[in-house]
Design a protein around this ligand. Sequence first.
Ligand SMILES: Nc1ncnc2c1ncn2[C@@H]1O[C@H](COP(=O)(O)OP(=O)(O)OP(=O)(O)O)[C@@H](O)[C@H]1O
Ligand SMILES: [Mg+2]
Length: 209
Amino acid sequence: MPVIAIVSQKGGSGKTTLALHLATRAVEAKHPACVIDTDPQATAAAWGDWRGDFLPPVVTSPPARLSRTIDNAAKEGIGLCVIDTPPHAEAAMREAIKVADIVLMPTRPRAFDLHALEPIADMLQMHDKKAFVVLNAVPSGAVRQIAEAQEAAKALGLKTCPVTFGERADFHRSSARGETAAEIDSRGKAAQEVSSLWKWVARHLEIKA
Ligand SMILES: Nc1ncnc2c1ncn2[C@@H]1O[C@H](COP(=O)(O)OP(=O)(O)OP(=O)(O)O)[C@@H](O)[C@H]1O
Ligand SMILES: [Mg+2]
């Protein structure tokens, strides 16, 4: 089954936000998706609790048991998994990359955040995986900042996703309520960015968007 891993060593880069929004958008596109939360902070799982019975389900898993968790999810009828990972945890990141078909690295376009991509770039060299930096919380009109971030990623041998996310209040307003940006404003920019990323990822996974 298609597996998307969201990784970044930097705290607060947008991993959980991206994981929850992508999985929910996949459900909207009729994929029976789930989120697998490997972070001991269990932020995605808390969002799942606030959300109640609404899809997608969020399951927790120690990183070392990811393969088993994915197999079990498949037996339960899940058809797509989005893995959320903790910051500052190389082992968890390695396990997620191992089982993924595509790896997304949300990163704020700032020097220290881009610097934190180095260990991921090293790790990815050992795997033949589709992997992309996703620039997140980009200030409006920061064209030059985007170009510089793309250059910095390229210098590390990393590709950058053409879809970028702006600084959008809808992301934190919705997540705090167990919802998504599209659920509080279906025509907002945050919702559009999520849709664009979903379509782009689906194309890479060769599945229906
Ligand atoms: N594009 C965005 N615009 C505005 N706020 C954002 C954006 N992306 C994420 N946030 C907010 O930034 C905070 C951190 O995001 P998130 O929890 O997704 O990061 P994380 O990488 O999972 O953090 P951690 O490493 O601690 O798990 C949250 O409050 C979230 O709502
Ligand atoms: Mg998180």
